[in-house]
Design a protein around this ligand. Sequence first.
Ligand code: ADP
Ligand code: MG
Length: 704
Amino acid sequence: MLRTPPPFNLPDLASSLSKLPGVGPATAAALAAKGLRTWGDALFFLPLRYEDRREPTPIAALQAGRLAVVEGRLFSSGAYGRQGKVWRMVVEDGSGRLTCLWFRFSKPRLEAFAKGQEVFVVGEPAEAKDGGWQMAHPEVYPAEQIQAGQGAVGSIAPVYPGLDGVRPGSARKFMAALIKKVAPAIEDPLLGVLPREIYPFSAGEALGRAHLPPLESRPEDLDPLEAGWRRVLAINELFYFELGLALKRRRRESLGGRGLSGGEEMLRRFLASLPFALTPGQKQALRDIQADLAAQRPMGRLLMGDVGTGKTVVAAAAAVLAAGAGAQAAIMAPTEVLARQHQATLQGMLQPLGLEVALATGSQNGQAREAARQAMAGGTALLVGTHALIAGGAEFRDLGLVIIDEQHRFGVHQRLKLVSKGGEPHLLVLSATPIPRTLALALAGHLEISDLPERPGNRDPVATRLVAYEQRREAVEAMAGALRRGEQVYVICPLVEASQSLDAQDVITTQRNLAAYFPDYQVGLLHGRLSADEQEAALEAFKQGRVRVLCATTVVEVGVDVPEATLMVVLAAERFGLSQLHQLRGRVGRGAKPGQCLLVAGPNPGDLGLERLRALQATDDGRQVAEADLMLRGPGEALGARQSGLPPFKVARWSLDAGLVPALREAIAALMAEDPPLAGPAHAALREEAVRRWGRRLGLVEAG
Ligand code: ADP
Ligand code: MG
């Protein structure tokens, strides 16, 4: 794992939170449970909302549920009810009366208030049965205390996300102490670089406004989604990420590369050998790649296409162009299973041209490892493997092209450091991450983009249907039908092993049940806890059609290609991400017959769960699916940074901030045009900060 550097370049930010006043061991543990250990972590422990305690509100102007300060005189105060279990104060301010109730209280504290006394009360008003206002468990202070300037009133109080066992007031106190110490010391070279309209104040000031809102704040400043401080912090994050990408692109270009040309004839033969014609998108992508490869600088290209749009054949064609020019190509797959499958597919495509395709994965040992090493060193045209292929410092005779099939784990290539003798090798990244092009541009700013907008052939979309838990027999009947027609079936389960509940959503129980139910057919089992060899064997048996039903977890999600599979049944479908389900259903209907996907809900799918599944039923377009996921779950979960490989931002949100990126890229392009090495005094600080924040994650510096 790469450690995330502190958010700003300030040595203090590495200090432990327990060095702040008010952070004892219990508070430190509660903070650590939220991943907050250092001062740097806590800067972005941002308020959820604010309590506006600036001015008292007349009782007549109170609004239900909206925190208010009331200044008035005690009309009455005392215990009432059976056994005096409730304490009641009635406050009047000339505009009306407010009843304050405590059901739990410290008697000595409340007894100290006397009838007729001037008080301040802070709480959330609710309408009482008699039509007046009441507050349950408000804060109450003697007026002298407030007038003496004690902070409970006359301020704006941030409300932080709850911390177990930590009182809200205490979070306010240590956060205020932290910000006062740190914020003024944060230097912000961006302030002089970006136009004032988009970056009106420094990041340090933004943090000050977020945690210690000034008394003159306007209502929009107190809305954490709308506030100017949030925008400044988001821009600060996005700018340095984009600058990191720009530096990466420039570095690649400056390394120089070797033009790979002369492969046209072999490409022509390759295309002629295919059983199909390329789609217009595939043709265009291939033209882009051909031009890139021929140039004297390293290609950096992202080939984006939904599942089933035919990226593999484009990658194969690129490898043919490299081989025709006398260079080797390497393809890296995200999993070992997929690497083996690619190797088999590509061997079938390339052998007729006399090109060898060898396998090199991390789990190989002994003879296989030696064979892989020899293939690389001996000049075998195409090597297929996992990341171990290159990570292990492999020696190629002449590596000219690297292809990375990262499927939907977007961005894993960014850290990769490639070396070869003839200069930087050409790079082609294949991605099925269903993200809008603008987002891809922002995230992969150092790559050019080719799109595959259409699926080949007139293939029908996979007919997708939601099946209620109570109707799950329908799925079994559909399976029986497919099996009778000689077709194959995937059954996908969310779990490997049985959990407490007896819903049979685990793949092991499901396989056992189905094997008993369909005694005439072989029912296979595939999940990530099997060894790579066992997974390979299970998949191979399914591919050859010996096994007709494959019970699997999401390991089949990435790129498995079995043309005879027509039916996919997903159990407890609401437990999967929508984009994940979309990837999954792309596994069926890849051959001549149309595919069908049955999403069987679990016993308690929830309304949101069902709504999400209906969205999937309604569209076959991966980007629409991603957008639906985004709308229904929010970007954090839908394109979860960890799962998708998107970079982790603390404040920036694509749904809110993607529109800012073009202006930032323009500003960066202008800077780089004016001062290409970014060496000038105003620019060096920007470059250093981008490298400090992103250098390792983008592979700009050696990971140490
Ligand atoms: P993905 O983009 O998901 O990696 P694949 O490369 O695995 O998709 O291609 C999906 C299927 O479509 C494969 O069986 C492949 O042989 C087939 N295919 C690719 N291009 C075409 C085409 N132009 N016409 C018909 N079938 C194609
Ligand atoms: Mg693929």
